[in-house]
Each structure stands twice: as C-alpha cells, then as structure tokens.
Design a protein around this ligand. Structure first.
Ligand SMILES: *[C@@H]1O[C@H](CO)[C@@H](O)[C@H](O)[C@H]1NC(C)=O
Ligand SMILES: *[C@@H]1O[C@H](CO)[C@@H](O)[C@H](O)[C@H]1NC(C)=O
Ligand SMILES: *[C@@H]1O[C@H](CO)[C@@H](O)[C@H](O)[C@H]1NC(C)=O
Ligand SMILES: *[C@@H]1O[C@H](CO)[C@@H](O)[C@H](O)[C@H]1NC(C)=O
Ligand SMILES: *[C@@H]1O[C@H](CO)[C@@H](O)[C@H](O)[C@H]1NC(C)=O
Length: 430
C-alpha cells in the first residue's frame, strides 16, 4: 500500500462530503435527449463495479472506465470493436469517428504483440481485442510521458521494471501541479486551457526524459496530443445539458482528476456526457493543434530534442504488416505490470498476486548494480559516455516500417541497453 493514510482518508471521505447533489436524485433529473442513448444517465452510463482479480485493465483510463461501468465487457477481455465503437459516444459523448484510428491501431498492435491476426475471419472490419492489458506493451500502443502512468524502464537501473499500466497518483499529481491544482474536499472547481495543457505535456516529457533508462525514452507527441484532445472532449466545462460553457473548451480539472483516479464517470461532480454531434475527430484534432501551438511562458529543463517543435504528422493509422506478422514482434511474453489495481485505488477490489507473471529481470540488473547507482548516480552518465549515443529509436507511430526493420531496431535498442549495463558493471568494479 503506497498511499499515505491521509490521502486514503481524504479519498474515502469525498463521496459523502460533496457540495453536489447525491447521485441518484441528480441523475434521474438530468437527461440527455439528443444522441440516441438512454435519457436517464444511470441507464446510459451503467453502474460502476471495481475490477476483480481476473479482470484485465490497461494503461488507458477511457477503456478502463468503460469496462468498470460494463459498457464494454467488464472483464476487459475479448472486446469486439463494434462494442467499443458504441461505448465511447455512449459513455463519453465523443463521436465514433474520433476513435476509428485508435481502433485500427489496437488491431495492428494486437497482431504485433500476439504474432497472429486479431481480426475476425469474416473480415467484416470488426475485430476482437484480446484484452486491455495488451495495450500496455511498452512502445507499442503504450507510450512514454503519460499524464498518469510511469514509464516502463524508469527504474531499470534500480533492479526492476516499472508499472506503466495502472494509475499512479504521484505522476498524476505532478501533472496537476504543473497547473497548480491540488485535491481538496470537496473538490474545487477549476479549469485549464490549451496553454496549461502544453505546460503539463512539456513538464511530463522533461521529467521522464531525465528519469528513464538511457536510450529508453521515446517522445510521442502526436499520440499525447490526440489523448489531450480526448481529455478536452470528455471534460470541457459544460452545463447540465452537456452544452459547452464559453466558446473555447476548458478542461474541468476536478472532473479530470476524478475520472482518471477513480476510472469512473464524475457524475457526482455535475458532469454529463457531451453532444456526439459536435465532439468528433475534427474537434479532437483542433484541440491537439491548439495545445501544440499554445505558447508557454517558461520551459522546463532537460527537454528532449524536438519537444517544442510545432509541426508533426497527425496521429495516423499504424502500418500493418503485410501479411500479418507471423511472429510476436516484441519477442517476449505480453507484458503484465507488476502492481495490481487493488494496490492503488480504494474503490477497486483486491487483485490476485500478479507475481507469477513478472517478467524475469536480466541477471545483469543485479542488486549490486542497483546499490552502486543508488550510491553514485554519476555512474550512469559515465557509462553513457563510454557506451556512446543510443541508436535512433523506432517509433511505430511516426515511421513507415516493415516488420523486419522494426525487429532490427528493437534488437538494436536492446543491445544498447545491455551495453550500458555492462559499462556500469565494469565502472563499478574498477
Ligand atoms: C481467478 O482465477 C483463478 C485461477 O484460474 C481462480 O482460481 C479464481 O477462482 C478466479 N477468481 C475469480 C474471482 O474469478
Ligand atoms: C492478455 O492477453 C495476453 C495475450 O494473449 C495474455 O498473455 C495475458 O495474460 C492477458 N492478460 C490478462 C490480464 O488477461
Ligand atoms: C462484433 O459484433 C458485431 C455486432 O454484434 C458482429 O456483427 C461481428 O461479427 C462481431 N465481430 C466479431 C469479430 O465477432
Ligand atoms: C508512482 O510513481 C512514483 C514516481 O515514479 C513512484 O515513486 C511510486 O512508487 C509510484 N507508485 C506506485 C504505487 O507505483
Ligand atoms: C437544458 O435544456 C432544457 C430543455 O431544452 C432547458 O429547458 C434548460 O434550460 C437547459 N438547461 C440549461 C442549463 O441550459
């Protein structure tokens, strides 16, 4: 258990102490009439149930929320793409077209990770996503510098892989700190604009660029911006009919905080889904662009090269192996994060001990190395000097690739990692 007692107490007390109307009465009064889903929000949004010990959850708060409310399979497994397509507008009020690219990319990633086609044989354009955890495969669908998750190899030197799947309150609070938002009881209503989201984004890039294992960090701005567009679409300030307040969308930080940390809809804070007619792919892309171009007043230190560039290809469809990959591209068992949702959220059920699925650490990342670099962090920089620059990082989202090239790039990244560890070992024993 890594929450402080004080924070646990605060979280536990929020639902009872809100200055907002209680769930059921409020939900029954507030209806949405314009997008073909049940008028009654309780019917529309389903009931929250925490994931159980055998349920699959992934790095994406949106999909975890849909599963927690039963709008897609509660176990997070065997997800039919048609069901996902209906669930996003139903739950979040974001139009179907906004997730078409994401769905295509799930399918491709599912194939790269499994090594076989994830489409259905009828080839009707639908497919079954094996499970949500699969989306945590590092640098496949998952990306670094998330607003709410750690990066996979940020603790590699210190003897372990890092949980890049489940919500991390420290990381998320760092994001909120970038715009000065603190949790309170009851939650304080506050908003953030495009510029503030650009500041959060750069802050997260800077932090992870410094924390990650040398050569590991991968900048993934288009994907981050697309997700930011989703956050705006899901949580822009709105009235009780779902109509935007003002003419420029502003994220309600109290809603964002509740949604990400509870993986549930913030209805008890006055939130309703937005209109599906307006909040579509064009909306998301216009937010992405506005955030990218919002000028900021001060830059965090140690930004990766290119972090402030203002032109990027939009997020596009991942290239499909042709024919579908016949081997798992990442060459290892699909990733399972080392902590369970039960450890990080009071609302979630205790999960089974996930130890059995831990990837085995290479013998070279021994406790000896961990204690050496802990005692003398400058060893890392010295080892990188000896190892030379990291090979260019493959990027599924920004390059045109064939599977053989990608496989070679992944292998080059892995050899560089081994080289850095070897240099540390020799420096430490010198
Ligand atoms: C989870 O799976 C394990 C192993 O198959 C099984 O023993 C256990 O009963 C399952 N738990 C639940 C709550 O379904
Ligand atoms: C998700 O699917 C992968 C690939 O089939 C499997 O290895 C993994 O155990 C599954 N995880 C969960 C939590 O269902
Ligand atoms: C997904 O669901 C749709 C609608 O029920 C169905 O037509 C389609 O065959 C399903 N796809 C798969 C791969 O089962
Ligand atoms: C959350 O992230 C912080 C910063 O990387 C880390 O120190 C902490 O152990 C993480 N918490 C959990 C529960 O994994
Ligand atoms: C919501 O819509 C209803 C029906 O059109 C209208 O009577 C009400 O004033 C609207 N509420 C707000 C907050 O605009």
């Amino acid at each position: 258990m890594r929450f402080t007692d004080a924070l646990l107490a605060l979280l536990a007390s929020i639902p009872n102490a809100l200055a907002y109307p209680s769930d059921s009465a409020w939900l029954n009064e507030h209806v949405k009439r314009y997008d073909g889903f049940p008028d009654n929000l309780a019917d529309r949004l389903g009931t929250y149930q925490p994931p159980g010990p055998n349920d699959s959850r992934g790095p994406c708060p949106m999909f975890n929320t849909l599963a927690n409310h039963g709008l897609i399979n509660r176990n997070g497994k065997n997800l039919n793409s048609s069901d996902i397509k209906k669930a996003v507008p139903r739950g979040f009020g974001i139009a179907e077209d906004a997730i078409e690219t994401a769905l295509h990319n799930f399918e491709v990633v599912c194939e790269y990770v499994n090594g076989f086609s994830c489409s259905d044989s009828a080839n009707d354009g639908t497919f079954i996503l094996t499970n949500l955890t699969l989306l945590g495969e590092p640098h496949a669908f998952e990306h670094d510098h998330s607003y709410s998750r750690q990066d996979y190899r940020q603790n590699w030197f210190y003897g372990g892989i890092t949980d890049n799947i489940y919500f991390n309150s420290t990381i998320f609070q760092d994001s909120l700190n970038a715009v000065g938002y603190k949790p309170s009881n009851p939650p304080k209503k506050a908003t953030a604009n495009y510029q503030q989201f650009n500041e959060i984004r750069l802050q997260r890039e800077s932090t992870q660029n410094q924390a990650d294992f040398p050569g590991w960090f991968q900048q993934n701005i288009p994907t981050t911006l697309f997700e930011t567009g989703f956050i705006f679409g899901a949580t822009f300030d709105r009235d009780s009919n779902g109509t935007m307040v003002g003419s420029i969308p502003m994220v309600r930080l109290d809603w964002w905080n509740y949604w990400f940390s509870e993986e549930s809809f913030p209805t008890n804070l006055g939130w309703v889904p937005a209109s599906t007619e307006v909040f579509n792919q064009n909306f998301i892309l216009s937010v992405s662009s506005a955030v990218l171009h919002a000028s900021i007043t001060s830059l965090p230190k140690s930004l990766p090269a290119g972090a402030t560039a203002t032109t990027f290809p939009g997020p596009g469809n991942l290239p499909e192996g042709d024919p579908s990959p016949t081997f798992p591209l990442f060459q290892s068992a699909p990733y399972v994060a080392p902590t369970s949702p039960g450890a990080i959220n009071t609302k979630r059920a205790a999960l089974a001990d996930p130890q059995a699925s831990f990837p085995t650490l290479p013998a070279s990342v021994s406790s000896v190395i961990a204690s050496e670099v802990t005692a003398k962090p400058s060893l890392i920089a010295a080892a990188v000097q000896l190892a030379g620059p990291a090979p260019p990082k493959f990027n599924l989202y920004q390059q045109s690739i064939d599977t053989v090239t990608l496989k070679n790039q992944i292998a080059a990244a892995q050899s560089y990692e081994k080289l850095v560890i070897a240099k540390i070992t020799s420096l430490a024993s010198a």
